[in-house]
Every structure is written in structure tokens, then in C-alpha cells.
Design a protein around this ligand. Structure first.
Ligand code: PGA
Ligand code: MG
Length: 227
């Protein structure tokens, strides 16, 4: 086998099962991967940082769809996007009679610093029009609607992380499942969508796995996990 490439890996739908639970078999695989692993997610920062911590890997994280980038190796923490603008969209959406759809104590947005996420059970059209009025966009990850600045993306985050690590972004193998992974797929040298991916990710991928979720991730990186 050729040298293992650095990985840019999505979380929800890629390292998880269909219910959002991490497939425990990914933890030793991430830890033993011989090249850098970058976790690139729409979730807020504490989730991927905790994943890195508990998997025993260096904290190299793209959170909030690129809004927050952390590279422990170089003591880097970078923010993009506009939380206040996203909050104004959320406020106007609630003002118009809708709800963000989370529980009263909102762990989805509590530590979110550059965007706002809305539950997918909530109406999308008014959220999109309110966001567009304010120059923001809504991205559907299959797990939440994210109200974000259009110039922020996981792919831009990957360019920052690669630069910090002294790597060419084109050296990365990216694995993901949704619209918010398309920018990563464009920046990475090789892009693999897992079988459960949405149409945007399928169209942007160089390869699509036969297996779904974490099994698709293992297939994408050519690893046979211990069960
Ligand atoms: O937070 C989400 O909505 C999706 O997260 P993901 O980018 O790890 O799939
Ligand atoms: Mg995903």
C-alpha cells in the first residue's frame, strides 16, 4: 500500500451510526492511523475536541462548518463567520412564530461561536428567506440546518489546518456524507462519500463506498476494523 494519506473526516453520518452515536470501532482506527487525522464537522467545537481527546489523537479540528479551526500542534485557534448575524436570523425566525426546535437547554448552540443550528423538523423556507435577506445561507447537513456566512466552509478550514501542519491540502483523503462536506471534497486530493451520503456529496465525490456509515468509512480508508 502507498503511504497512508492524512485524513479529513466528517463526524455525523460518517463515524456514527444512523442515530448519531459514534461507532466505537472507529476510535482505535483513528488512533492508529499513521498520518495526521483532521476531524471536520458541523458540530460546535467541544464535540470534536472531546472526540479527539477520547480517541487519543491530537486536537486537529474544523468545527461549525469551518467557523472554528483548532490545531493543537501549533497552538492555533481561528474563527470565521458572524455569530451575531446568525443570531439575528434566529431571532427573526422565532419572532415570525417559529422555533429553533431544540430543548430549553440548547446543547446544540450553547458553545456555537460562529453560526446557529436549527432542528430539521422546523420549516426550512422561511429560515432560508430570512437568512438570505441578511446575506447568510442555510446548509442542510442531514442532521441540522446551519445558518452561516456563505464564505465559511470546511474546505477553507482544511486549507488552514493543512498549512499549519505543513501539508499540501491535496495530500488529504476526505471522507464525508453531506452537502457540508462538498467544500472539503473539492480541496482534498481524494474524496470519498459513504453510501448514505446525500446527492450533493455523492456528486462531488471521486468514489462512493458500498457500505454506509462507519462501515463506509472503513471501506473508504481501506481498513478492516476489529469487531
Ligand atoms: O452538526 C451537523 O449538523 C452535522 O455534523 P457533521 O458535519 O459532523 O456531519
Ligand atoms: Mg456528516
Amino acid at each position: 500500500m502507498m503511504d497512508a494519506p492524512p485524513l479529513a473526516v466528517d463526524v455525523d453520518g460518517t463515524l456514527t451510526d444512523g442515530q448519531g452515536a459514534i461507532d466505537h470501532r472507529v476510535l482505535p482506527v483513528l488512533r492508529e492511523w499513521p498520518a495526521p487525522v483532521v476531524v471536520a464537522t458541523g458540530k460546535s467545537m467541544p464535540y470534536p475536541i472531546a472526540l479527539c481527546q477520547f480517541a487519543g489523537i491530537e486536537g486537529r479540528v474544523i468545527a461549525e462548518n469551518g467557523g472554528v479551526v483548532a490545531v493543537a500542534d501549533t497552538d492555533t485557534l481561528r474563527f470565521e463567520g458572524d455569530r451575531a448575524a446568525a443570531q439575528a436570523v434566529a431571532d427573526a425566525y422565532v419572532e415570525a412564530g417559529y422555533s429553533l426546535g431544540w430543548r430549553e437547554i440548547d446543547f446544540v448552540n450553547r458553545w456555537r461561536e460562529t453560526e446557529i443550528a436549527v432542528a430539521r423538523e422546523q420549516p426550512l423556507a422561511p429560515l432560508e428567506s430570512i437568512a438570505a435577506e441578511r446575506g447568510l445561507e442555510v446548509v442542510d447537513t442531514g442532521y441540522a440546518y446551519h445558518v452561516k456566512s456563505p464564505d465559511v466552509s470546511k474546505g477553507q478550514g482544511l486549507e488552514v489546518v493543512a498549512d499549519e501542519l505543513g501539508l499540501d491540502p491535496a495530500a488529504f483523503l476526505a471522507v464525508g456524507d453531506s452537502e457540508n462536506d462538498v467544500s472539503t471534497f473539492e480541496v482534498a486530493g481524494e474524496a470519498v462519500a459513504v453510501a448514505n451520503a446525500d446527492d450533493a456529496a455523492l456528486a462531488a465525490a471521486d468514489r462512493v463506498t458500498d457500505d454506509a456509515y462507519a462501515d463506509g468509512f472503513f471501506e473508504a480508508i481501506g481498513v478492516d476494523p476489529i469487531r
